[in-house]
Design a binder for this molecule. Structure first.
Ligand SMILES: [Cu+2]
Length: 135
């Protein structure tokens, strides 16, 4: 009779573990999708921006993104080396002729921000600027 009682207690413990801990694992993984900046990564959404830099302009002089989304810049140059610096998100990506360089940042809170070339690319470098609009 002692063995049957131990088995019953063991069975109850197994059931409790199943009911208490297993649902927590599923709730935990579901809720992590809904937190913080992880949203855009977990949902698979990436804002892909193809950007070509040239003396002294950009293929996308105005970049529009949604606040909180992951922005991926794929940058190329057909002339000389440039760079794209977006101070508000501490982003700086070198852009080299004949290459595609890729960088990512999380779009900040809504607003209008400026970006500019971070590599001395010739006499027009100081006006080599663009706009980042976050909605
Ligand atoms: Cu430049």
């Amino acid at each position: 009779m002692k063995i049957d009682k131990d088995l019953a207690i063991f069975g109850i413990l197994i059931l409790l573990v199943g009911f208490v801990f297993v649902p927590k694992i599923f709730v935990g993984s579901d809720s992590s999708v809904l937190t913080g900046n992880v949203i855009s990564i977990d949902s698979g959404h990436v804002r892909d921006i193809q950007l070509q830099a040239l003396q002294w302009d950009w293929s996308e002089p105005t970049i529009i993104v949604n606040s909180g989304e992951l922005v991926r810049i794929r940058a190329t140059s057909n002339d000389v080396a440039h760079g794209i610096a977006i101070p508000v998100v501490d982003f700086n990506l070198l852009i080299e002729p004949g290459k595609t360089n890729i960088g990512e940042f999380i779009a900040p809170s809504p607003g209008e921000y400026s970006y500019g070339c971070s590599v001395m690319c010739g006499p027009g470098h100081h006006n080599h600027r663009g706009k980042l609009i976050v909605i």
